[in-house]
Design a protein. Structure first.
Lengths: 459, 430
C-alpha cells in the first residue's frame, strides 16, 4: 500500500477525529479432487474518517485513496455527526485517551514465492493424498492468506502503520462408508505469510496421515448420548471456549447491553485454577496469531486479564465503552474493512495452562468424552454457548473408546468454568478463526486441555 | 472514467494478452447507515464501495482477481497478475462462461434516500421500545443502499442492474434484576418506509416474547417428537439441506445422497420451494445469476419432487448435468393454510423453536442445535420458555416428516419462509 500523507489533512479543533487508509489483500488457492477450482487474488483498499461530536459519531469512507477524496470524506463525516446531533446531543463528552505511535509491518523476511510455487506445494500435498489414500471419495487441499495493512492517525495523538498477515492450510478428506459420506478436516498455519509457515510439503505428509486416520476412526463412530458428562476438552478446543463462552460476554458493549458478566465484576465466576486473558500481541515471549500493538482508535493495546484465579476482573473496551463505564482503555477497538467503524473485538483470547498431563486427565474420567476438535461456535449474552465437535471419543474407565459422530456441545460458561478441575500444562493456538459481530475479523484463540462438565448434544 | 468503458477496455486487454474467455462483474454501492447503540442514535456511516472481479479462462485453465482501484495502472496490474496466475492453474474443460444472450438493463427501488424518514422511523422504534418494552436492551440499524452492477463477458453478454432498498436489523435481550433472556435478533430489507418498523414481520411479537424469556424452565423430560421451526430456522435449515444435497457443494464433493434424482419424490409432498428472482414482494430482486445468466423463476422442489439442481455452470459441466436455474438467491417456500395458532392447538407435546444456534451439519445431514428463545408446548398450548435444551435431527429426515406448514410467513426482503411443524426431532435437556 502506498502510504498517504495524512498528517496535513488532520483537522484542528475537532473533539475527536480519526483518519484511516487501509488495504486488505487476500489469496486463495484451492484443489478439489485434483482440480485447482480456486486461484483467486483480491485487493480492497480505501479511506475512512470518523468523528465524535456531541456524543454521536459521524463516519464516511471512499475507495478513492487521494488527498482530495480524504478532504471530502472528512467533511462528510463531520456533517453526518452534525445531522445526528440534531436528534441526540449529549453535550461535549471527552473520550478517554491513551495514544501511542508505532509501525508494525510483518512482511516475510524470506524470499517471496510466486503463485506457481505455492500451487506446486499444494499439488504435492494433493498427489501424496490420492496416491496413498485412493479410497477417498473427495479431497480438498486449500490455502488462504490474508493481509491487513492500516495507516491510522487520530486527533488525540495516536498514529499507527501495521501490516498483519496470516497464512492457513486446510485439509478436508471425505470417504463414503455404508452409503453415507464421512468427512474430517484440520487447519494449519497461522501468523505470517506463506513463506513464514510453509516450505517443504513433506513436512505435512504426517499431518495428512493423521487427518486420514482420524477420518477412519469416524467409520465406527457412535452417537454421543445427550446430557451432561465429565469431559476432557483438548487444547484445540480451549480457544473456542475462551472466545465464545467467556470472551463475548465480557466485551464491554455486550456488558452495557445487559450481558450477565455485568453482574459479576470482582466476583468468582470460575474455579480458582482458571485464569483467562485476551492477549494483545505476545504470550510467553512469542508473537500471538493476531498481534495488536495499537488498536484502531490509536490506543496502546494491553493484555486484558478477564478472569484471574477464578475472579472476573476486567472487560474489554473501546473509547466509548470505557467512557460510559468509567474504566481504563484496553486497546480492543478493531475494524475489518476500510469503511468499517472500530468495534470491541477480541485479539488472542486464551486460558492460561495449568500443571496436569493430558493422559492423567483422560485416565480420571469414568464415563464421559474426550473432545478433540471443534468446528464453529456461538455465544449468548447469558454466557450460554454452543460449538460443534468435529472429532471426539468416548471415555470409559479412563480409557479412550470409540469415536463419536459429529455433534454440538453447550453450556452456561460461568457454570462450566466452576466445574473445571484439571488443566493441562500444554498450549495450543488456533489462528484461522473469523469472528462475526456485525463485521468479520481475524482472531486468535488458545489454551490448554480442560477437564470439566459439558452438555452433549446427542441421541 | 465511465465504468462500462473500464470494463470494455479490460476485456479487450485480456483478449489481447491471450485469454480464450473472460467475464467480469463491476459492482458499486453507496450506503447510508443510521445506527442505534445503547438505545440511542449513535452513528451515521456513509460507505462508498466498488469492486471489479475479473475471471479468465485460457487453455481450459481458470484464474480470478478482484480489485477496487480503477485507475489505469491498477487495472493493468490486475490484468497482468491474473494472466500470470492462469498459466499456473491446471486445465479442466468444465471451466466456461455464459453464452451470448441479449443485452438487458434492470432497474428497481427508490431513486433517493429519505433521510428524515429514516431518523423518524428509528426514533419511533426507540420510543416504542422504551415505552412498550422497557426491560429490553437493544441495538438497531436502518440503512439505505443504492447499487449499480454490470456483468460483461467475451461471448457478448452485457447486463446492467441498478437498485436500492432499506435494511433494518435489531438485536435485543431482556433483563429484570439479575435474570436475563438469551439475545434474539430480527431483520429485513424493505422497499420503502411506509410502515413502522415494529409492525413489519414479527418484530413486535419477538419483543413481547423476549420480555417473558427472563424466566425459563427445563422441559419435563427428554423426548423425540414434534418441533415447530420458526421462519428464520426453517429457512436456515432448508438452505443447508439444499446446499448440501442438491447444490454446488453437495454435487462437487460427492456428498449428496441424491446425485441423480431429478423427477423423483425425495422430500415430503407438502414441501414446495421456488426460486422467484423477480417476485414483487421482494425489496432485493436478483435478476442476474452469479455465472452470468438471466435468473429464472422455477419450482426447485415441487410437492417433494426434485425438479432442478440449483447449480452454477462450472458444477453442471463438472458433474455432467444440464445447468437449468443456477444459484438460488430468492427462495420462497409455499405457505400452508393453517395459522400458527391452530398448529400449536393440534400438538399434544412439542417445542416452538424461535431460534437455533448451530454449526455446519454433518455431510450426511445429521446435526444438533441449541434451542434459543424457544417454548415448551403441551395439550395444544404454549406452556413456558425453556432453558438449556438441544435438538438433534437429520436434515433429510425432518423435511420428509413435515406435518404442517403455516399460513403466516416472514419476508426477509429476498426470501419468504413459513413456520413448519416437523416430527422425529430428539429433544434433550442438559
Amino acid at each position: 500500500m502506498k502510504k498517504m500523507s495524512l498528517t496535513p489533512l488532520l483537522p484542528l479543533g475537532a473533539e475527536y477525529l480519526e483518519l484511516k487508509q487501509q488495504e486488505n489483500r487476500s489469496q486463495n488457492l484451492s484443489y478439489l479432487n485434483g482440480t485447482l477450482v480456486g486461484n483467486n487474488n483480491s485487493i480492497s483498499g480505501g479511506i475512512m474518517s470518523r468523528t465524535f461530536t456531541g456524543g454521536v459519531w459521524g463516519l464516511a469512507s471512499s475507495a478513492d485513496m487521494s488527498s482530495s477524496s480524504m478532504e471530502k470524506v472528512i467533511k462528510k463525516a463531520i456533517s453526518n455527526a452534525s445531522l445526528l446531533s440534531k436528534s441526540v446531543n449529549k453535550g461535549m463528552l471527552i473520550l478517554p485517551s491513551s495514544p501511542v505511535k508505532g509501525e508494525y509491518l510483518f512482511f516475510t523476511k524470506k524470499k517471496q514465492l510466486t503463485t506457481a510455487q505455492k500451487i506446486d506445494f499444494l499439488s504435492a500435498l494433493d498427489n501424496y493424498t490420492i496416491t496413498k489414500y485412493p479410497d477417498l471419495s473427495t479431497r480438498q487441499i486449500s490455502f488462504f492468506q490474508d493481509e491487513m495493512e492500516k495507516y491510522i492517525l487520530t486527533t488525540d495523538g495516536g498514529e499507527m502503520h501495521t501490516m498483519t498477515p496470516r497464512a492457513i492450510l486446510v485439509i478436508v478428506l471425505m470417504v463414503n462408508h455404508n452409503g453415507e459420506p464421512l468427512t474430517h478436516y484440520d487447519v494449519f498455519g497461522g501468523f505470517g505469510q506463506f513463506e513464514d509457515n510453509f516450505s517443504d510439503p513433506a513436512e505435512y505428509y504426517p499431518v495428512i496421515d493423521q487427518v486420514y486416520n482420524e477420518l477412519m476412526d469416524k467409520k465406527d463412530a457412535v452417537f454421543a448420548r445427550g446430557g451432561t458428562f465429565e469431559c476432557v476438552l483438548d487444547a484445540k478446543l480451549a480457544g473456542i471456549l475462551s472466545h465464545e463462552a467467556i470472551g463475548h460476554t465480557t466485551e464491554a458493549d455486550f456488558v452495557i447491553n445487559g450481558s450477565i458478566a455485568g453482574e459479576y465484576l470482582n466476583q468468582p465466576v470460575a474455579n480458582d485454577i482458571v485464569t483467562l486473558i485476551d492477549i494483545a500481541h505476545t504470550w510467553d515471549g512469542k508473537t500471538c496469531p493476531v498481534p495488536v500493538f495499537i488498536d484502531d482508535e490509536g490506543t496502546k493495546a494491553e493484555d486484558c486479564v478477564i478472569i484471574e484465579n477464578g475472579i472476573l476482573k476486567r472487560y474489554m473496551h473501546n473509547k466509548e465503552s470505557a467512557l460510559k463505564l468509567g474504566h481504563t482503555l484496553t486497546g480492543n477497538a478493531r475494524a475489518y474493512a476500510y469503511s468499517d467503524e472500530p468495534l470491541i473485538r477480541m485479539r488472542n483470547t486464551m486460558i492460561v495452562p495449568g500443571r496436569d498431563k493430558l493422559k492423567d486427565m483422560i485416565a480420571s474420567i469414568e464415563d464421559g468424552y474426550y473432545l478433540v476438535t471443534s468446528s464453529n461456535g456461538q455465544a449468548d449474552a447469558t454466557s450460554e454457548f454452543m460449538f460443534g465437535i468435529g472429532l471426539g471419543y468416548e471415555v470409559k474407565n479412563g480409557k479412550i473408546g470409540k469415536a463419536i459422530k459429529e455433534t454440538s456441545i453447550s453450556g452456561v460458561a460461568f457454570d462450566l468454568l466452576k466445574t473445571v478441575t484439571m488443566i493441562s500444562d500444554d498450549m495450543n493456538w488456533t489462528a484461522a478463526g473469523m469472528c462475526g459481530k456485525k463485521q468479520m475479523i481475524p482472531v486468535g484463540m488458545g489454551g490448554p486441555a480442560l477437564k470439566c462438565k459439558v452438555n452433549m448434544g446427542g441421541k | 472514467m465511465d465504468k462500462r468503458i473500464i470494463m470494455k477496455n479490460a476485456l479487450a486487454a485480456l483478449k489481447e494478452k491471450g485469454a480464450d474467455k473472460a467475464s467480469m462483474w463491476l459492482t458499486g454501492k453507496v450506503k447510508e447507515e443510521f445506527n442505534i447503540v445503547y438505545k440511542e442514535l449513535n452513528l451515521l456511516r456513509t460507505v462508498e464501495s466498488q469492486n471489479l472481479l475479473l475471471v479468465v479462462i485460457k487453455d481450459n485453465k481458470q484464474a480470478t482477481t478482484r480489485l477496487n482501484q480503477f485507475d489505469e495502472a491498477s487495472v493493468a496490474n490486475a490484468i497482468d497478475e491474473v494472466m500470470t496466475s492462469v498459466e499456473s492453474s491446471n486445465a479442466d474443460p468444465a471451466f466456461d462462461i455464459s453464452p451470448m444472450q441479449d443485452p438487458q438493463v434492470f432497474s428497481d427501488g427508490a431513486a433517493q434516500m429519505e433521510a428524515d424518514k429514516i431518523v423518524f422511523r428509528l426514533n419511533e422504534f426507540t420510543k416504542t421500545m422504551k415505552h412498550d418494552f422497557p426491560n429490553v436492551y437493544f441495538d438497531a440499524s436502518l440503512s439505505f443502499g443504492k447499487y449499480t452492477n454490470y456483468y460483461l463477458n467475451s461471448n457478448g453478454v452485457d447486463y446492467a442492474e441498478t437498485g436500492s432498498s432499506y435494511s433494518f436489523m435489531t438485536m435485543f435481550t431482556a433483563k429484570v434484576g439479575r435474570k436475563m433472556s438469551s439475545f434474539n435478533y430480527t431483520g429485513f430489507d424493505i422497499a420503502n418506509l411506509d410502515k413502522p418498523l415494529m409492525e413489519i414481520n414479527s418484530t413486535r411479537e419477538l419483543m413481547r416474547q423476549i420480555t417473558e424469556q427472563t424466566e425459563t424452565k427445563a422441559i419435563p423430560k427428554n423426548f423425540t417428537g414434534d418441533v415447530i421451526l420458526c421462519p428464520f430456522v426453517t429457512g436456515d435449515l432448508l438452505e443447508s439441506l439444499i446446499s448440501q444435497q442438491f447444490g454446488n457443494s453437495g454435487l462437487l464433493t460427492n456428498s449428496s445422497r441424491f446425485p441423480d434424482h431429478i423427477g423423483q419424490q425425495i422430500l415430503h409432498s407438502k414441501l414446495t420451494v421456488y426460486n422467484k428472482p423477480s417476485d414483487e414482494r421482494f425489496a432485493n430482486k436478483n435478476p442476474i445469476t452469479g455465472d452470468g445468466f438471466l435468473a429464472k423463476e422455477a419450482a426447485i422442489i415441487e410437492n417433494g419432487v426434485l425438479n432442478h439442481y440449483p447449480i452454477g455452470l462450472f458444477t453442471a459441466n463438472k458433474v455432467g448435468k444440464k445447468r437449468t436455474i443456477g444459484d438460488v438467491d430468492n427462495m420462497v417456500v409455499e405457505s400452508g393454510l393453517k395459522p400458527l395458532e391452530d398448529i400449536i392447538k393440534s400438538m399434544d407435546m412439542g417445542i416452538l423453536c424461535m431460534r437455533a444456534s448451530f454449526g455446519q451439519p454433518n455431510a450426511n445431514g445429521d446435526m444438533s442445535a441449541v434451542l434459543k428463545n424457544s417454548y415448551y408446548i403441551e395439550n395444544g398450548a404454549i406452556q413456558y420458555p425453556i432453558s438449556e435444551s438441544m435438538m438433534s435431527l437429520n436434515l433429510v429426515d425432518i423435511f420428509n416428516n413435515i406435518k404442517e406448514i403455516s399460513y403466516e410467513t416472514f419476508n426477509t426482503g429476498s426470501s419468504i419462509f413459513p413456520y413448519m411443524l416437523v416430527g422425529g426431532v430428539a429433544i434433550s435437556h442438559k
